[in-house]
Design a protein around this ligand. Structure first.
Ligand code: YSA
Length: 352
């Protein structure tokens, strides 16, 4: 055995890692490796010597390959042991807290309000945010050029959109982003027959300047009750129950006459907030205007449905959700709600 041969076996046994081992393999067994060169040199030897040396070299090749393989296995086992050691999980460590999302404060307020009315026998329904001029205005007794339209600065839509009507029919005419939840009164009445009690939570849009108490996108809760013998007293009772549920037995309600084209008489209402010792102007209400019932029955007729609103009366109300949420959660500026600031939203984590 030549010196390099002994050295080779020794170096392989001592190789520290797989990379060093690969280098050794190339050094001895590679295309230009020492053993390969010796093999090539065989051809120049006399026959007998060639045979002997050939046998030696083959034995050496086997020895080197065996040593390489054995060392490779050792090194791999070692690497695995180290990896297991360093990656071992300490199951006794405290767990990492996962960021749990929370419901948006407006969702929380909306759910609280819907629950209050559900307990009074109301059903909650929702309507589209993209609405037609007919449901948002005309059917609510607010025809084109009526000055009352100025109460609702409107985002109009250009272009062609398909909009479904109350019973799935296609709606024609100008489209807009609904300025209030009241169009759902019409949609619901067209598709249903009285008696019923509904509330409609939803997002509405107004093309107006924003400030601490006004947003261009905000939420309303609409209520509609229709049946035989429904009176203003029922309306007052409903708002009274709302006040009691929100602010307890010390709360009171106040109604003042006001004009809305779709109610007669119309009122604005406020509820007494005992904790803050002040009246909160919440929204509008009134007895459903006969012209609204007539518009609904006319629409039903066009669809081939029988009239359903002769001889019934109803009341309706609608109010803003943000203002109540601002009080409930102590939020000074309405614009915080949809500012997208995580710092603000994170305060509602876990308030489920
Ligand atoms: C009236 C009579 C009914 O029989 C039924 C519904 C109504 C309400 C009517 N549809 C309406 O939208 N009236 S309103 O324009 O006075 O808005 C109602 C409430 O929405 C307001 O009292 C206020 O609380 C809230 N609101 C209005 N503009 C807002 C707003 N909240 C935040 N930002 C705005 N820009």
């Amino acid at each position: 055995m030549q010196d390099w041969e002994r050295e080779a076996l020794d170096a392989i046994k001592k190789a520290q890692d797989l990379e060093a081992l690969r280098a050794l393999k190339a050094r001895y067994l590679g295309k230009k490796g020492l053993l390969t060169q010796e093999m090539k040199a065989l051809a120049a030897l006399p026959l007998e010597e060639r045979r002997q040396r050939g046998q030696q070299l083959n034995a050496l090749k086997e020895a080197l390959e065996g040593a390489l393989e054995a060392r490779e296995k050792e090194l791999e086992a070692e690497a695995l042991r180290k990896a297991l050691e360093s990656e071992r999980q300490d199951v006794s460590l405290p767990g990492v807290r996962l960021f749990a999302g929370g419901l948006h404060p407006i969702t929380l307020m909306e759910r609280e309000l819907v629950e209050i009315f559900r307990a009074l026998g109301y059903q909650a329904v929702e309507g589209p945010e993209l609405e037609s001029e007919f449901f948002n205005f005309d059917a609510l007794n607010i025809p084109e050029h009526h000055p009352a339209r100025d109460m609702w600065d409107t985002f109009w839509l250009e272009g062609a959109f398909r909009l479904q009507g109350p019973v799935g029919e296609e709606v024609e005419g100008k489209l807009l982003l609904r300025t209030h939840t009241s169009p759902m009164q019409i949609r619901y009445m067209v598709a249903h027959t009285p008696p019923f009690r509904i509330v409609v939570p939803g997002r509405v849009f107004r093309f107006e300047q924003t400030d601490a108490t006004h947003e261009a996108v905000f939420h309303q809760l609409e209520g509609l009750v229709v049946g035989e013998g429904i009176t203003m007293a029922h309306l007052k009772g409903a708002i009274y129950e709302l006040a009691q549920a929100l602010y307890g037995p010390e709360s009171r309600v106040r109604f003042q006459p006001v004009y809305f084209p779709f109610v007669e008489p119309g009122a604005q209402f406020a509820i007494w907030w005992p904790e803050g010792r002040k009246w909160l102007e919440l929204g509008g209400a009134g007895m459903v205007h006969p012209k609204v019932f007539q518009a609904v029955d006319a629409y039903r007729k066009a669809l081939g449905l029988p009239p359903a609103y002769e001889g019934v009366t109803g009341f309706a109300f609608g109010f803003g959700v943000e203002r109540l949420a601002m009080l409930r959660y102590g939020i000074p500026d309405i614009r915080y709600f949809f500012s997208g600031r995580l710092k603000f939203l994170e305060q509602f984590r876990g308030v489920l």
